[in-house]
Design a protein around this ligand. Structure first.
Ligand SMILES: [Zn+2]
Length: 312
């Protein structure tokens, strides 16, 4: 294999059939990767001392992660996106990722060599290293190719993953719908009525409400009782607050808090002062107390996406 040729060649997307059978059209397996790494090291990293021996493998498919490097049991494991095994992906793209990982290796990440930088990526240290080693061109072309072709290629190759993700989202929607439609829940109309009452304390009327409110179909990671969506000017209260076991004062507090915050600014001191001015001091302290002592366990126990039987 002639690395120099690949360094500046154009070996992709014309055909995948013509070149088959040529000496350099070996199937892309782990041995092929090891060969690429060997060539790159010889040509561009020859001065880097030997750290852990390098094992290179194709890992899993991913949209955003092209490669990784890690030390394990006295070895350096470099994993490359499985999709790079497809000959549609130009060799210089694979080389770009391998070179990137080898720069990490040289900098002492995953290699057992002394650390040359505190952070693996900060300050563009990888790109600078590649530039210095005559790999800037490969790096830049790899990035250009990924920008132009990667998303479409990924979508075409990973329909199963894309479909699974969509059906997970559908499933979450269905679960939240079932939860919120339950006859014992607080309705969104009820939520809006509460909102109007709290906003009125600050001088707003039905016509001048500063934002709209609705239930949030929260993911399990969204553990706050409310979220502000600035672009849409919408406040979404965690769907679990529709459960009547959550005291109404928590809802009132969340609503009043956001009205105050959008009126007087972000500092808790001014928000608290504003809440006090409209006689909500007591409510605020009770709500914060419930939120601190009961909400985390309640959230864990009743979240419709975590517990299967939550409609009761
Ligand atoms: Zn990296």
């Amino acid at each position: 294999m002639d690395f120099g040729k690949i360094d500046c060649g154009e070996n992709h997307k014309t055909t995948t059939s013509v070149a088959a059978g040529q000496r350099n059209e070996s199937p892309r397996d782990d041995a092929w990767l090891a060969e690429r790494v060997h060539l790159l090291r010889q040509m561009h990293f020859a001065d880097v001392p030997q750290g852990y021996p390098i094992v290179t493998r194709f890992g899993t498919r991913a949209r955003y992660r092209f490669g990784s490097i890690a030390a394990r049991n006295g070895q350096t494991i470099i994993l490359v996106n499985r999709l790079f095994a497809d000959p549609y992906v130009p060799t210089f793209v694979v080389d770009g990722t391998l070179a990137h990982e080898l720069a990490h290796y040289a900098h002492g990440f995953g290699s057992g060599l002394p650390r040359l930088h505190r952070d693996a990526h900060r300050g563009g240290v990888v790109d600078k290293e590649l530039e210095r080693r005559g790999l800037g061109e490969v790096n830049a072309r790899a990035e250009q190719w990924r920008k132009a072709y990667w998303d479409a290629f990924y979508d075409a190759q990973c329909t199963d993953i894309v479909t699974r993700r969509t059906s997970r989202a559908d499933d979450a929607t269905a679960r939240w719908d079932a939860f919120l439609r339950h006859p014992e829940r607080r309705t969104e109309a009820e939520l809006r009525a509460r909102f109007l009452l709290q906003a009125a304390r600050f001088g707003y009327t039905m016509e001048t409400l500063p934002f709209r409110v609705e239930w949030l179909h929260a993911t399990p990671r969204q553990t706050a009782p409310s979220y502000w969506f600035a672009k849409e000017r919408a406040l979404r209260l965690h769907g679990l607050l529709a459960d009547r076991q959550v005291p109404g004062l928590l809802l009132d507090f969340e609503l009043a808090y956001w009205v105050a915050r959008l009126t007087v600014g972000e500092s808790w001191q001014s928000i608290h002062a504003a809440l006090c001015r409209v006689q909500l001091t007591e409510l605020a302290s009770e709500a914060l107390n419930w939120r601190k002592r009961r909400w985390p366990a309640f959230h864990k126990k009743h979240h419709p996406l975590v517990t299967v039987k939550s409609s009761g």
